[in-house]
Design a protein around this ligand. Structure first.
Ligand code: ADP
Length: 165
C-alpha cells in the first residue's frame, strides 16, 4: 500500500492546492493531506480545525484522500503513518530553493522518506494562500482562487460581508 502525505499550511486552501491533491491522489493508494500546525506561528487566519474542515469539504469527492493535522515534525509524522513519499507542489518562481532544502532535511531525518514534486498548473503558478488573504483583505475578487465549496466561508472570514462586496 503506497501512502503519500501532502503537507502544508492551507490557510486557506486554494485551487492550486486542490489541483495538486487531485493529481497526487492518482499516484498513490492513499493520500494524507496534513495541515501542519506550527505552535510558534500565531499569525494564521483560520484555526487548524477549520482548515481541516475546509480540506475535507473540497476533497469529499476523492475517495483515497484523508485529511489530518499534525504538530510534530513531518519526518516523524510520515513514519507514524507508514508513508514513504511526501508530495509537494512546485511553483516556478517561489518554491524551489526552500523545497529543495526541506526535501534534503526530511530525508536526513527519515531515511525512508522521499519527496516528489508536482509542477503547479500553469494557471496556479502565481497563486498562494497569502495572495488570497491580501486580495481578499482589500475586497478583490477571489472566486477563481478558492474552491467553490469554501468560497463563502473564506469570504466571510476576510470580511466581505462588512464591506458590502
Ligand atoms: P502557500 O505557499 O500557498 O501558503 P502552503 O504552505 O499551504 O501554501 O503550501 C503547501 C504546499 O502546496 C507546498 O508544497 C506548496 O508549494 C504547494 N502549493 C501552494 N500553492 C500552490 C499552487 N498555487 N500550485 C501548486 N502548489 C502549490
Amino acid at each position: 500500500m503506497r501512502i503519500a502525505v501532502y503537507p502544508g499550511s492551507f490557510d486557506p486552501p486554494t485551487v492550486g492546492h486542490l489541483d495538486i491533491i487531485q493529481r497526487a491522489a492518482k499516484l498513490c493508494d492513499t493520500l494524507i493531506v496534513v495541515c501542519m500546525v506550527n505552535p510558534r506561528k500565531k499569525s494564521s487566519l483560520f484555526p487548524p480545525g477549520e482548515r481541516v474542515e475546509m480540506l475535507r469539504l473540497i476533497t469529499a469527492g476523492i475517495p483515497n484522500v484523508e485529511v489530518d493535522s499534525a504538530d510534530i515534525l513531518l519526518a516523524d509524522y510520515a513514519k507514524l503513518k507508514g508513508a514513504a513519499v511526501v508530495v509537494k507542489g512546485l511553483r516556478a518562481m517561489s518554491d524551489f530553493e526552500m523545497e529543495f532544502q526541506m526535501a534534503l532535511l526530511n530525508r536526513k531525518l527519515n531515511a525512508e522518506l522521499d519527496t516528489v514534486f508536482l509542477t503547479a498548473a500553469e494557471n496556479c503558478q502565481y497563486l498562494s494562500s497569502g495572495a488570497v488573504k491580501e486580495i481578499g483583505a482589500l475586497g478583490g475578487n477571489i472566486s477563481e482562487f478558492v474552491p467553490g465549496e469554501i468560497l463563502e466561508r473564506v469570504k466571510g472570514v476576510l470580511g466581505y460581508g462588512q464591506r458590502g462586496c
